[in-house]
Write a protein that binds this ligand. Structure first.
Ligand code: 48H
Length: 269
């Protein structure tokens, strides 16, 4: 039983368990330390956030996606009422091709498997250089006055948030913050609550009108305040736009549009 002999794995003179811990803690600390100063922080790894991450990262920007769950994809996984299909209209075809997605055209709609949709959005974002950090809950923003601008986020581990322990967050500076938190519009609601001078109000999305909702969400996607942007359903919540249900054209076009807006704005700095 050679594998059970003491020292079989202790190549560096330390117990294997010690090395496992040291390697995890040192590499994760390095990554978090790097995240403390980036170009773009995207809050939420749903369809809009992941799409934005790919198009931003492939321009060479330093991009972090903070996702409070231990997975990614946001509302994609549930399909339509748990039926394992989601749809998009023809306008989304170029983006689906950019992400190498397989799809079928049925009755003029592009039909995609949700597991493939989530996996490929994340893979392409990661391959382009974006870093997705799971289990991290963005609880606050960083701001500056005169003029009012958003300069990053404050975050804690989701496990701490769930435990209700009183633990202070750490800070992550970025040139741009994207609220891609879906229906919650979590970041925009923090601004509404804590910075009344911003005049931001988040009325929430309207009932279903799929054709309109899926289009206007893209039209309204963009900058909310200097340094603060919104994509996906957070845009619908902010402007009080109709929801669209399990059609994802608007989400991925919104993610691409917010990326283009930020690239344009950062080039001006
Ligand atoms: C870290 C957070 C925090 C936080 C939330 O809901 P999502 O999928 O968001 P979108 O806008 O990219 O896509 C919306 C789509 O899934 C959808 O719901 C549609 C099209 N609905 C239409 C309709 O009619 O209902 O993803 C948001 C992600 C989730 O993974 C959250 O866990 C995460 O954001 N998140 N992460 N810190 N404070 N809040």
């Amino acid at each position: 039983m050679i594998f059970l002999e003491q020292g079989a794995f202790e190549m560096s003179g330390e117990p294997f368990e010690t090395r496992i811990t040291r390697v995890i803690v040192s590499t994760a600390s390095k990554e978090l330390s790097s995240a403390a100063h980036s170009d773009v922080i995207i809050v939420g790894a749903g369809p809009s956030g992941l799409t934005a991450a790919k198009y931003l990262a492939e321009k060479g920007l330093k991009v972090y996606v903070f996702e409070r769950r231990l997975t990614f994809g946001g509302g994609i996984g549930g399909g339509g009422m748990l039926f394992p299909k989601i749809v998009a209209s023809k306008e989304a075809e170029d983006i689906l091709k950019d992400f190498n997605m397989k799809y079928r055209v049925v009755d003029d709609l592009l039909v995609v498997n949700p597991a493939e949709f989530m996996a490929k959005l994340a893979t392409k974002a990661i391959d382009a250089g974006a870093k997705i950090i799971n289990g991290i809950h963005v609880e606050d923003i960083i701001f500056r006055n005169d003029p009012l601008r958003i300069t990053g986020v404050a975050a804690i581990w989701s496990a701490i948030e769930l435990s209700s322990l009183h633990v202070d967050p750490l800070f992550f500076y970025s040139k741009a913050v994207v609220d891609a938190t879906g229906h919650d519009a979590y970041v925009l609601k923090v601004v509404e609550r804590k910075l009344p001078e911003s005049k931001i109000k988040v009325p929430g999305d309207k009932p279903v009108y799929s054709e309109v909702g899926d289009k206007v969400v893209v039209e309204r996607t963009g900058r909310i305040l200097p340094g603060l942007y919104a994509a996906g359903m957070a845009v619908a919540a902010f402007y009080g736009l109709p929801r669209m249900g399990p059609i994802f054209t608007g989400m991925i076009l919104s993610g691409k549009k917010v990326a283009e807006t930020i690239i344009n704005d950062l080039n001006k700095i």
